[in-house]
Design a protein around this ligand. Structure first.
Ligand SMILES: Nc1nc2c(ncn2[C@@H]2O[C@H](COP(=O)(O)OP(=O)(O)OP(=O)(O)O)[C@@H](O)[C@H]2O)c(=O)[nH]1
Ligand SMILES: [Mg+2]
Ligand SMILES: [Zn+2]
Length: 327
């Protein structure tokens, strides 16, 4: 029988092949999940990086996870193609999703940004938009491209990992929080993390490189501790968080400038495409909803075979190697 006084509280900072590294005040412990926690039909990961857990410490830095505490939020996706659907947790208890795009090289895909924002809204996690490589364009151009998102109420930072502009602000924005870092390849995520903390980006780079080439079989998920407190999560698979269980009507709520409007549409089942008395269409015509955002909305709601997102998902090698924590 384990004495309660022996239990330690901690944070899961690394997960690999059913081994969880738990950080506690008494150090890191490599743990397995207590057998009884695995019982019953498994619908998803029982434990993931970002989870708060109680462990029984054993010798030599080993331990057993006894309890997984309730999550405040989770970045999850459903894996199909398995015998049954499986809810994979990319990150438990995220405080924010940091969405990184470049002002140029590569040119920003605002449609993809809108998709990330929908994911953040749906999962009820704060979003922070980073427009990196601001050194490559004029500030006016950068504002022109991304300013809309600040108008919508999203925190927006113009940064250059190259010149260091805005790096302090980003470091501050990450402090004390559990952040999921995401964005397309080549936008400078590793460079930014390197600028914030030199030991950080290199590690992230190596993990993401292996993942993007898809040659690994055991996936490692981990949190990188920040010197000023807080963690950054390596979540390459986040862009493929399918909007799998999103009802078409539900999408209205995830476009912040539209969610207030839809109540004013004449028809309650308005699709905001052609209906008379549609408040969304009226707002688009009046310039209150940006055409590009409206088009993103249509694309996500009605789909499109040639959709760049679909392409992006295929490239995500992460999709083919489900990791079962009970493996
Ligand atoms: N001019 C300029 N170049 C940058 C900046 N930040 C990064 N780069 C360059 O952009 C390229 C890609 O940077 P990475 O940090 O590897 O990009 P990443 O987002 O980590 O890419 P993946 O790991 O493939 O997802 C590198 O050649 C960097 O030197 C910046 O602020 N300005
Ligand atoms: Mg990288
Ligand atoms: Zn409408």
């Amino acid at each position: 029988m384990t004495l309660m006084t022996e239990m330690l509280e901690g944070l899961v900072i690394r997960a690999q092949s059913g081994f969880l590294v738990v950080r506690t005040d008494a150090g890191d412990f490599t743990c397995r999940l207590r057998g009884r926690l695995k019982q019953g039909a498994q619908e998803g990961d029982r434990v993931a990086i970002g989870d708060r857990v109680s462990i029984t410490p054993h010798e030599e830095g080993r331990g057993v996870i006894e309890t997984v505490h309730d999550r405040t939020a989770e970045l999850a996706r459903v894996r199909s193609g398995l015998k049954r659907e499986f809810r994979q947790i990319l990150l438990a208890n995220p405080d924010q999703i940091v969405i990184v795009f470049a002002c140029a090289q590569p040119a920003p895909s605002l449609r993809m940004l809108d998709r990330f924002l929908v994911i953040a809204e749906k999962q009820r996690v704060d979003a922070l938009i980073v427009a990196n490589k601001v050194d490559l364009v004029s500030m006016a151009d950068a504002q022109n491209t991304f300013g809309l998102y600040a108008d919508l109420g999203y925190p927006l930072m113009f940064i250059s990992a190259l010149t260091g502009q805005g790096v302090d602000a980003l470091r501050e924005g990450l402090q004390g929080k559990l952040s999921a870092f995401t964005g397309p390849s080549g936008v400078g995520k590793s460079s930014l993390l390197n600028a914030i903390q030199p030991d950080l980006g290199l590690q992230v780079r190596s993990v993401s490189d292996v993942t993007s080439k898809g040659r690994h079989t055991t996936r490692v998920r981990q949190l990188f501790p920040l010197a000023g407190g807080g963690y950054v999560a390596d979540t390459p698979g986040i862009r493929s968080l399918a909007l799998w269980d999103t009802e078409p009507e539900e999408l209205d709520a995830y476009f912040v400038e539209m969610r207030e409007l839809v109540a004013d549409c004449q028809f309650s089942d308005c699709t905001h495409t052609h209906e008379p008395g549609c408040a969304v269409l009226a707002a688009v015509e009046a310039g209150q909803v940006a055409p590009q955002r409206y088009h993103s909305y249509l694309r996500l709601r009605f789909g499109d075979e040639s959709d760049a997102f679909a392409e992006d998902e295929e490239q995500d090698a992460d999709q083919t190697a489900p990791e079962r924590m009970d493996g």
